[in-house]
Write a new protein. Structure first.
Length: 162
Protein backbone atom coordinates (compact mmCIF):
# COMPACT_ATOMS: atom_id res chain seq x y z
CA UNK A 1 0.00 0.00 0.00
CA UNK A 2 1.17 3.51 -0.73
CA UNK A 3 2.62 5.29 2.27
CA UNK A 4 0.96 8.56 3.16
CA UNK A 5 1.84 10.92 5.95
CA UNK A 6 -0.65 13.14 7.75
CA UNK A 7 0.50 16.45 9.14
CA UNK A 8 -1.45 19.14 10.94
CA UNK A 9 -3.10 21.71 8.68
CA UNK A 10 -1.25 25.04 8.75
CA UNK A 11 -2.40 28.52 7.76
CA UNK A 12 -0.16 28.44 4.69
CA UNK A 13 -2.08 25.36 3.42
CA UNK A 14 -5.30 27.33 2.98
CA UNK A 15 -4.60 28.53 -0.57
CA UNK A 16 -3.79 25.00 -1.74
CA UNK A 17 -6.92 23.68 -0.01
CA UNK A 18 -9.01 26.31 -1.84
CA UNK A 19 -7.46 25.23 -5.17
CA UNK A 20 -8.38 21.61 -4.47
CA UNK A 21 -11.96 22.53 -3.57
CA UNK A 22 -12.34 24.13 -7.00
CA UNK A 23 -11.12 21.10 -8.94
CA UNK A 24 -13.92 19.22 -10.67
CA UNK A 25 -13.07 15.82 -9.17
CA UNK A 26 -13.28 17.33 -5.66
CA UNK A 27 -16.05 19.93 -6.11
CA UNK A 28 -18.63 17.30 -7.05
CA UNK A 29 -18.36 15.83 -3.53
CA UNK A 30 -17.19 18.82 -1.49
CA UNK A 31 -20.17 21.02 -2.15
CA UNK A 32 -20.45 24.27 -0.20
CA UNK A 33 -16.74 25.12 -0.43
CA UNK A 34 -17.23 28.29 1.59
CA UNK A 35 -18.40 26.18 4.54
CA UNK A 36 -15.27 24.01 4.31
CA UNK A 37 -13.06 27.09 4.15
CA UNK A 38 -14.85 28.67 7.12
CA UNK A 39 -14.31 25.53 9.21
CA UNK A 40 -10.61 25.56 8.37
CA UNK A 41 -10.28 29.27 9.13
CA UNK A 42 -11.98 28.75 12.51
CA UNK A 43 -10.18 25.47 13.32
CA UNK A 44 -8.47 26.89 16.40
CA UNK A 45 -11.66 28.14 18.08
CA UNK A 46 -15.21 27.46 16.88
CA UNK A 47 -14.23 24.21 15.13
CA UNK A 48 -11.44 23.06 17.43
CA UNK A 49 -13.21 19.69 17.78
CA UNK A 50 -12.33 18.96 14.14
CA UNK A 51 -8.83 17.63 13.50
CA UNK A 52 -7.54 18.75 10.08
CA UNK A 53 -4.60 17.34 8.18
CA UNK A 54 -2.73 17.73 4.94
CA UNK A 55 -1.86 14.44 3.28
CA UNK A 56 1.68 14.13 2.00
CA UNK A 57 3.44 11.54 -0.10
CA UNK A 58 7.23 11.82 -0.14
CA UNK A 59 6.95 15.40 1.11
CA UNK A 60 4.42 16.46 -1.55
CA UNK A 61 1.01 17.72 -0.40
CA UNK A 62 -1.58 15.67 -2.27
CA UNK A 63 -4.77 16.02 -0.27
CA UNK A 64 -6.74 16.83 2.84
CA UNK A 65 -8.46 14.85 5.57
CA UNK A 66 -10.07 15.32 8.95
CA UNK A 67 -11.67 13.42 11.79
CA UNK A 68 -14.18 14.48 14.41
CA UNK A 69 -16.37 13.28 17.25
CA UNK A 70 -19.66 12.55 15.49
CA UNK A 71 -21.73 13.55 18.56
CA UNK A 72 -20.27 17.08 18.45
CA UNK A 73 -21.12 17.57 14.78
CA UNK A 74 -24.90 17.74 15.10
CA UNK A 75 -25.14 15.54 12.01
CA UNK A 76 -27.93 13.00 11.76
CA UNK A 77 -27.12 10.98 8.64
CA UNK A 78 -26.44 7.83 10.66
CA UNK A 79 -30.15 6.85 10.67
CA UNK A 80 -30.50 4.21 13.39
CA UNK A 81 -26.85 3.11 13.47
CA UNK A 82 -25.26 3.09 16.92
CA UNK A 83 -23.11 6.21 17.18
CA UNK A 84 -22.06 5.92 20.81
CA UNK A 85 -18.36 6.84 20.97
CA UNK A 86 -18.27 7.18 17.18
CA UNK A 87 -16.05 9.44 15.15
CA UNK A 88 -16.30 10.29 11.48
CA UNK A 89 -13.80 11.15 8.79
CA UNK A 90 -13.58 13.11 5.55
CA UNK A 91 -10.81 12.78 3.00
CA UNK A 92 -9.84 13.86 -0.48
CA UNK A 93 -7.02 13.73 -2.95
CA UNK A 94 -6.59 17.12 -4.55
CA UNK A 95 -3.74 16.35 -6.93
CA UNK A 96 -5.01 14.47 -9.97
CA UNK A 97 -1.83 12.49 -10.65
CA UNK A 98 -2.33 10.68 -7.31
CA UNK A 99 -5.86 9.49 -8.12
CA UNK A 100 -6.53 5.81 -8.74
CA UNK A 101 -3.24 4.63 -7.25
CA UNK A 102 -4.29 3.45 -3.80
CA UNK A 103 -3.49 6.65 -1.93
CA UNK A 104 -7.12 7.10 -0.85
CA UNK A 105 -7.01 3.78 0.96
CA UNK A 106 -3.74 4.84 2.56
CA UNK A 107 -5.38 8.05 3.78
CA UNK A 108 -8.30 6.16 5.33
CA UNK A 109 -5.95 3.71 7.08
CA UNK A 110 -3.81 6.61 8.38
CA UNK A 111 -6.89 8.52 9.59
CA UNK A 112 -8.22 5.43 11.35
CA UNK A 113 -4.85 5.08 13.11
CA UNK A 114 -5.03 8.75 14.19
CA UNK A 115 -8.52 8.28 15.60
CA UNK A 116 -7.56 5.09 17.40
CA UNK A 117 -4.38 6.59 18.87
CA UNK A 118 -5.78 9.99 19.91
CA UNK A 119 -9.40 9.49 20.95
CA UNK A 120 -11.66 7.25 22.98
CA UNK A 121 -13.59 6.28 19.84
CA UNK A 122 -15.03 2.79 19.63
CA UNK A 123 -15.87 3.07 15.94
CA UNK A 124 -15.58 5.25 12.86
CA UNK A 125 -18.68 5.85 10.74
CA UNK A 126 -18.78 7.39 7.28
CA UNK A 127 -21.49 8.06 4.72
CA UNK A 128 -20.11 8.95 1.31
CA UNK A 129 -22.52 10.22 -1.30
CA UNK A 130 -24.47 7.32 -2.80
CA UNK A 131 -23.00 8.15 -6.23
CA UNK A 132 -19.40 8.27 -4.99
CA UNK A 133 -18.51 4.66 -5.74
CA UNK A 134 -14.78 5.41 -5.60
CA UNK A 135 -15.04 6.55 -1.98
CA UNK A 136 -17.28 3.60 -1.10
CA UNK A 137 -14.75 1.18 -2.61
CA UNK A 138 -11.94 2.96 -0.77
CA UNK A 139 -13.66 2.39 2.56
CA UNK A 140 -14.16 -1.30 1.81
CA UNK A 141 -10.50 -1.59 0.81
CA UNK A 142 -9.61 -0.03 4.19
CA UNK A 143 -11.52 -2.79 6.01
CA UNK A 144 -14.70 -0.84 6.70
CA UNK A 145 -17.99 -2.73 6.77
CA UNK A 146 -21.16 -1.56 5.06
CA UNK A 147 -24.37 -1.28 7.08
CA UNK A 148 -26.94 -1.51 4.31
CA UNK A 149 -29.93 -0.79 6.56
CA UNK A 150 -28.50 2.57 7.65
CA UNK A 151 -26.39 3.27 4.54
CA UNK A 152 -23.21 3.87 6.55
CA UNK A 153 -19.75 2.41 6.49
CA UNK A 154 -18.16 1.63 9.82
CA UNK A 155 -15.01 0.27 11.37
CA UNK A 156 -14.96 -1.03 14.92
CA UNK A 157 -11.93 0.10 16.92
CA UNK A 158 -12.46 -2.19 19.90
CA UNK A 159 -9.68 -4.57 18.93
CA UNK A 160 -6.54 -4.25 16.90
CA UNK A 161 -8.31 -4.78 13.57
CA UNK A 162 -6.64 -1.93 11.74
Amino acid sequence: MNKVKLRAFKDQDLSLFKQWLNKEHVAQWYTEPDDWIYEIEKRNDEFNWLHHFIVEVEGVAIGFCQYYDYALSGETWHNRADVKEAYSIDYMIGEEKYLGKGFGTGIVFALAEEVKANTDAKKIIVQPDSKNQISRNTLLAANFQYDEENDVYYKELLSNNM
